[in-house]
Design a protein around this ligand. Structure first.
Ligand SMILES: *Cc1c(COP(=O)(O)O)cnc(C)c1O
Length: 553
């Protein structure tokens, strides 16, 4: 593979995607629907495979919608979610034929209803509910505590009047959506969360006098990430959930209540492997560094905001000669990608604690938390990082330092395990496009638009735009500061004060990197990584303090 397509390289094996879907289905109540969350990996070939296997697409952007349609999705079966859906993207989705939306609040529900009405359609909506915390659950909880997602169950219970409001014409409220945790630690956590969700849904349906026909119980199905290990199995889940559904929604068994589950990482995580090459090996003080040709631009963009996960790499038995040119010998090289057999030279040397770092000019370009045990690595040694089919290529800092993305090769059977059939070999590219100025704010003044799937993507929202800015009167900062903030965070509200939350305005790892670059440019300063903890970019004020401190230093 590496000899054919060059290094670094993601390989996704569709046989593993099929196996994961079959296993998950057998763990869920019979007749339940599985939604594939494109967020985990929007590669069109993986999406096509999962749709062919009977999954529906769970989307939260115009770009994901475009991919689902390209993969052959029937838009009427797509499920559109997300906390900040704009009127414009809703218009695009409805025009494309999407008819089911998860709504996060009454504001969101009214917005979907209005856009549907204006489009001459009626759409189905479920309300995303932030239920009470289930006892004894583990994993990364998305809701339960105060949450930016959904609406608290207790709040909803008191708003039955508003939910029957005439404003909602255009949207049929058909059910509830829960997604309380992700990457659950074990089956018991899943059972606890999902049975709690079923009970909350039953109680809410009664309090709101709502006859629900859709119940989305979310997911949280686990998967190892960038470490060896197997997908977890859930042998007891089907029975436990069926029993709870029988108790609260007896009509579910004959389809009167559609039961949905969502999964991203569990379906595609173990299908992906990142193959890469060691560019340099050096010892500094008491630490060994292996510099790879892949870093947080290809894997683990979240490390840009300090979230490093443990990672392991498996040395491959291929020549350690650095090869600058890919040969085009498709046959015969695949067995070379096999892991090193014990007893070969590489594995015979005692393992050394090695930090795996990438090619980017920032100390943030560290793959994984801490050092890993690896045999003595030589320049040119090939490595495989397993279980990175989810949250790999597209969850990384693709644009940072303008290096090419890793190639992505999709393989499938038939063919021996060593030389599977190559379905596609592609590489993502970022393209800068001109953005026409608009005269109205489409969020507030919707105008009829042509029915087409917009070519606009999330990338466009990040393009620098000259927005007239009302400076915070007497604000503590330099006037340009808000302009810079707004150029990266278009969702920033009108009044920006020291306590304005940057995260609420859309600051994620990608935006953060961009924001730092722009602040450094605007103020001709260098912001040392040491000055940046999560608290320093919490609010407009805290980030300004960092800028101030380096300006005056
Ligand atoms: C992220 C997300 C998923 C997918 O999560 P995984 O842990 O990858 O399965 C599903 N549903 C919603 C609402 C999400 O935000």
């Amino acid at each position: 593979m590496l000899a054919t397509y060059g290094s670094p390289l993601y390989v996704y094996d569709l046989r593993r995607v099929r196996a994961a879907l079959a296993d998950l289905r057998s763990s869920l109540p019979q007749g339940a629907h599985v939604l594939y969350s494109l967020k985990a990996n929007p590669h069109v070939d993986l999406v096509r495979e999962l749709l062919a296997g009977g999954c529906r697409a769970e989307l939260s952007s115009t770009g994901e919608l475009r991919t689902a349609l390209a993969a052959g999705a029937d838009p009427a079966t797509c499920f559109y979610t997300g906390p900040g859906k704009t009127a414009e993207e809703l218009r695009t989705a409805i025009a494309a034929g999407v008819r089911t939306f998860s709504t996060e609040s009454l504001v969101d529900l009214r917005r979907v209803a209005r856009v549907a009405r204006e489009s001459g359609q009626e759409v189905d909506c479920v309300l995303r509910v932030n239920g009470a915390e289930a006892p004894g659950s583990a994993g990364m909880r998305m809701t339960g505590d105060a949450s930016q997602f959904g609406t608290d169950a207790v709040v909803l219970a008191e708003r039955g009047e508003e939910l029957r409001d005439a404003d909602l014409k255009g949207a049929r409220l058909v059910g509830f959506h829960f997604f309380p945790l992700t990457n659950a630690a074990d089956e018991a956590s899943l059972v606890a969360e999902m049975t709690a969700s079923i009970r909350t849904a039953a109680a809410l349906a009664e309090q709101l006098a709502l006859d629900i026909t859709v119940l989305d119980l979310g997911g949280g199905f686990g998967a190892p990430f960038a470490q060896t290990g197997d997908r977890p199995r859930y042998p007891g889940l089907r029975k436990a959930l069926a029993a709870e559904l029988d108790r609260h929604f007896p009509r579910w068994a004959d389809g009167g209540v559609e039961v949905l589950f969502e999964s991203g990482r569990h379906l595609v995580g173990d299908s992906g492997t990142l193959l890469c090459t060691v560019s340099d090996v050096k010892d500094s003080r008491d630490t060994r560094f292996a510099v790879l040709d892949t870093g947080i631009n290809h894997l683990g963009g979240l490390s840009g905001i300090g979230r490093l996960l443990p990672l392991s790499a498996v040395p491959l038995a291929v020549p350690t000669e650095p090869t600058d040119e890919a040969t085009h010998d498709a046959q015969g090289d695949a067995p070379d990608d096999a892991p090193v057999e014990l007893g070969t030279d590489a594995a015979a040397t005692p393992p050394a604690r090695t930090r795996l770092v990438g090619p980017l000019c920032t100390p943030a370009d560290t793959l994984g938390r801490g050092a890993v045990d690896l045999p003595d690595l030589a320049v040119g040694q090939r490595l495989a990082i397993p279980n990175v089919g989810a949250y790999g290529a597209t969850a990384s800092l693709l644009g940072f330092l303008s290096r090419p993305a890793a190639a992505e090769v999709v393989v499938d059977g038939p063919g021996s395990a060593e030389s599977p059939r190559v379905v596609s070999a592609t590489r993502l590219t970022l393209v800068r496009e001109p953005v026409p100025a608009r005269t109205t704010d489409p969020t507030e003044h919707p105008e009829p638009r042509e029915n087409h799937v917009s070519e606009e993507s999330a990338m466009q929202e990040r393009t620098m735009t000259a927005v007239p800015v009302r400076d915070a009167e007497g604000g503590p900062w330099n006037a340009d500061y808000v302009t810079v903030l707004r150029s990266v965070l278009p969702r920033l509200g009108e009044d920006v004060g020291p306590d304005t939350s940057l995260r609420a305005a859309g600051l994620d790892s990608l935006a953060l990197v961009e924001l730092l670059v722009r602040l450094e440019e605007a103020y001709a300063v260098a912001i040392p990584d040491d000055d940046l903890g999560p608290e320093s970019f919490a609010t407009a004020g805290s980030l300004w303090s960092v800028v101030e401190s380096v300006r005056t230093a």
